[in-house]
Design a protein around this ligand. Structure first.
Ligand SMILES: [Zn+2]
Length: 288
């Protein structure tokens, strides 16, 4: 999840993550405003407790950092799975200068050195402030921004500790292909197949052109609002009724989709999702 980009005079691309561009408190407030009421309502309906954790919070945690530090000596074995076109899985640490926070998008000048079993130094170059270094240990250090596949490898590794808990990764259907690469990367760094986490892939909501309905691109004005998309699909606060009613309708739709594998392993246009939620008669969903 990134928000802003720029290029320095030598042509290096830079980016800032939401956590740096907005500030972590603003990011937390945004997630709370957009999702917390709905998740609370779903949690009450299902009797299942929940907790929301952003990536900014997760990467700051001791367990995630220790998992990454332990992976570092072995990550070379997985490099072609994590970055099939270049062989260099990208890691970004934002410039620590106050009010800066830019990091090299392609990490061309970013280097990582393990200096002790649980301590690494990342060096990089800021477009405004020149070279900088950041030390990362399990308990302290800079924001750890990893490329998507690399990030997912660490997230899934962090869930493999033998605690008698079944962890399930829930992903959108667009992740089916990426997950094969993560599976190979997990095995390349030493996991057996039985240790790989369980994953559930959910139907994708797509536009009329077949592209993924991207809430962030539409909000930023970089993609048009597709036909049949209702404002409440992008912002739960726009739902015309109560949030409890919204939760009930979502759960009813989920039951329809889960009632037959044929309903679940496919994509739905935003317009069809709208129909399924507003008038739950499955029009384009084949019946038995
Ligand atoms: Zn800087």
């Amino acid at each position: 999840m990134t928000s802003t980009f720029t290029t320095d005079p030598s042509g290096h691309r830079y980016q800032r993550a939401y956590a740096q561009a907005l500030g972590e408190q603003a990011l937390h407030d945004l997630v709370t405003a957009l999702y917390q009421p709905l998740f609370t309502a779903l949690s009450r309906r299902l009797g299942i407790p929940h907790r929301i954790e952003t990536y900014a919070q997760q990467q700051a945690g001791e367990h995630y950092r220790r998992t990454w530090l332990r992976l570092l000596p072995r990550v070379d074995a997985a490099r072609w799975w994590l970055a099939p076109s270049t062989g260099t899985p990208h890691l970004r640490v934002p410039c620590p200068h106050p009010d800066c926070g830019w990091a090299e998008k392609h990490a061309e000048r970013t280097r990582v050195h393990l200096t002790a079993p649980e301590s690494a130094v990342v060096s990089a170059v800021c477009l405004h402030h020149g070279p900088y270094e950041a030390t990362i240990t399990p308990t302290v250090g800079a924001y750890l921004d990893l490329a998507t596949l690399y990030r997912n490898l660490v997230k899934e590794l962090a869930l493999t500790s033998p605690q008698g808990t079944l962890h399930v990764m829930v992903k959108g259907g667009d992740w089916v292909f990426g997950s094969h690469l993560v599976d190979e990367a997990l095995q390349a760094v030493g996991l057996a197949r039985a240790q790989l986490p369980a994953r559930l892939f959910c139907p994708q909501v797509v536009t009329d052109t077949g592209a993924k309905l991207s809430k962030s691109l539409i909000r930023e004005g970089r993609a048009p609002l597709p036909e049949g998309t209702a404002p409440w699909m992008l912002d739960t606060r726009q739902w015309p009724g109560t949030v409890t009613e919204y939760a009930d309708r979502l759960l009813a739709m989920t039951e329809t989709l889960l009632s037959d594998p044929r309903h679940f392993f496919r994509s739905y246009s935003a317009a069809e999702i709208g129909r399924l939620i507003i008038a739950p008669s499955p029009r384009s969903v084949p019946s038995r």
